[in-house]
Design a protein around this ligand. Structure first.
Ligand code: GZL
Length: 331
């Protein structure tokens, strides 16, 4: 009896190991084939997943890579520049056809981009930018005109102040990641737009790092320091705005009425809050850059000229218009 059981147990374990090897082969093959049957391979280093905007951008890049039949090695840097640099080095070692990345900050890329240039791999900047003295190391930049976004926010505020016949406008700014292109240019554009309006006073600017949790912290601190002196919150992205709004309510103020709220990005969650009246203005910053990226990858590999800067069209959504016809945002 015992011998028969042993024989039976042996044949079961042989069958299981054959199945395990077969599974391994299929799964590895599938992964390898997913890159092998593509004409081109793009290495993309993404900043992180800090916002609905960022997640929407990643999804769009993946979707369009599929649509254009371009192989994609996508690495998430989790908000660390050193992770982006390491990823770019891996792409170089892997001899991808094109490298694309969204630089978390503007400085510190010269060495790794020089390595990419020496390896003959073109680099596309997506969304954010690097400091101008390094721009000869990249093929082009595809992304928003952040300075224009800042100006649009300032121009809206001037119209709103006129509409409310405000004599003094005290503003607090919750800024994005220190030294990032959107933070620097959204601040500069906003300040330029209000520079000649004597009613406008920026009481304080704090760094919210584009994060919801930091947006809440910043708003709490600003309310403790300035309380009912605050007329306007200018926030560099929806995540920080969505973190700030509950803090405004906890302090006993009505966002959108007692305090004017101006935000940037235009993700679905923030648009819904805009429609509820708790945000007054959202300057759109579209994350849907994948189509332009993939078309540029193909042009670069075909040796075609590409424009040095490609800006997408972007709108402003505010309480000046009918908000009911805003199409679903998709991020
Ligand atoms: C803007 C992008 C910013 C978004 C934020 O193009 O770099 O980074 O505005 C995101 O939501 O964190």
């Amino acid at each position: 009896m015992k011998l028969k059981n042993i024989r039976k147990a042996k044949s079961v374990s042989i069958i299981l190991s054959i199945l395990a090897i077969a599974f391994l082969f299929v799964s590895c093959k599938k992964t390898d084939t997913s890159k092998d049957d593509k004409d081109l391979l793009l290495g993309f280093s993404q900043v992180g997943s800090e916002s609905a905007w960022r997640i929407g951008n990643t999804n769009d890049i993946k979707e369009k890579a599929d649509e254009y039949n371009i192989g994609l090695m996508l690495e998430n840097a989790n908000q660390k520049q050193e992770n982006q640099i390491a990823a770019i080095r891996r792409f170089i070692a892997y001899k991808v056809d094109v490298i694309a990345f969204s630089p978390i900050v503007e400085e510190g890329w010269e060495n790794v981009l020089t390595e990419a240039k020496e390896a003959g791999i073109p680099v596309i900047l997506v969304d954010r930018d690097i400091s101008s003295d390094q721009s000869d190391l990249t093929a082009c930049k595809i992304g928003a005109d952040f300075y224009k976004e800042g100006r649009k926010a300032g121009e809206y505020l001037i119209r709103k102040a006129d509409d409310l016949k405000m004599e003094d406008v005290n503003i607090v700014e919750i800024a994005g990641t220190e030294d990032s292109t959107p933070m620097r240019q959204r601040r500069a554009g906003f300040k330029a737009a209000i520079a000649n309006d004597k009613r406008m006073h920026i009481l304080k600017s704090v760094d919210g790092d584009f994060l919801k949790s930091r947006g809440a912290e910043c708003m709490r601190t600003l309310l403790e320091e300035y309380g009912d002196k605050i007329d306007v919150v200018y926030s560099h992205n929806d995540e920080m705005t969505l973190g700030a709004i509950p803090e405004i309510e906890k302090a006993g103020y009505t966002p959108g009425e007692d305090i004017i709220i101006i935000s940037i990005d235009g993700g679905q969650e923030a648009i819904d809050v805009l429609k509820s009246g708790k945000i007054n203005c959202i300057v759109e910053c579209t994350p849907k850059l994948g189509k332009e990226v993939m078309e540029t990858v193909i042009k670069l590999k075909n040796g075609e000229e590409v424009e040095k800067v490609i800006h997408p069209e972007e709108e402003v959504f505010s309480d000046e218009q009918d908000l009911s016809d805003i199409a679903p945002r998709g991020y």
